[in-house]
Design a protein around this ligand. Sequence first.
Ligand code: MG
Ligand code: MG
Length: 258
Amino acid sequence: MIYTKSESEIRLMREAGKLLHSVLSELREMIVPGVTTLEIDERAEKLIRAAGAVPSFKGYEGFPFSICASVDSEVVHGFPSSTALKEGQIVSIDCGCIINGWQSDSAFTAPVGRVSKEAEQLMRVTEECFWKGAQAARAGNRLGDIGWAVQQHAEQYGYGVIRDYCGHGIGREMHEDPSVPNYGKPGRGMRLQAGMTIAIEPMIALGTWKVFIQDNDWTAITRDNSVCSHYEHTVLVTDGDAEILSYPGKFAGGSQNG
Ligand code: MG
Ligand code: MG
């Protein structure tokens, strides 16, 4: 079941996106060698609750934290830990919040100190993949156009596009229909309509797209242990350029990188 959102519902989702953007901006500033992802998690929860909102990940199907913190070859759903981040690692921070019953979901990947040229490029291309996907997210296009845009861009660098996890509809629930894969064929899949709100979230690996799940039953890791980058925003489909709800004032048409 696809829910298109009314103007007043979109206004509420903008509020959630605005808060999440400011929280993630603060978390990004914390990423230096020596900090622990548990400290980042605690800060996230504090900031979200101080704004009168709720961290949507905490307790979601039993997930114990307010953020996912996925380091290097961890793809998604990494558990925050008390191990200090080290120079040269990359870390993905994924977070969501709920205000007045409406959700936002966003993720970014950042370097810990200085990182390799390969890791820098992977992070840059993953963000570019998001923007390519968001540019394809307009009314009249189809879901496959988004996936195709993401996949084409990543694969020209020889990167692996993670298949086991997808973007998703979002609104009152964090995960609504439809699934938004990061691969696909142009002109295929469901037709996009103005008022649909979706999370577009490319997960791109330096090597294989194949993953396995760790013993905690949550954290996905690349099978070849290659590093992986993740970039996500909550997006409103319109008849024109998609509006990036978790990046206030930003639209998909104007920019290739965030
Ligand atoms: Mg997310
Ligand atoms: Mg998501």
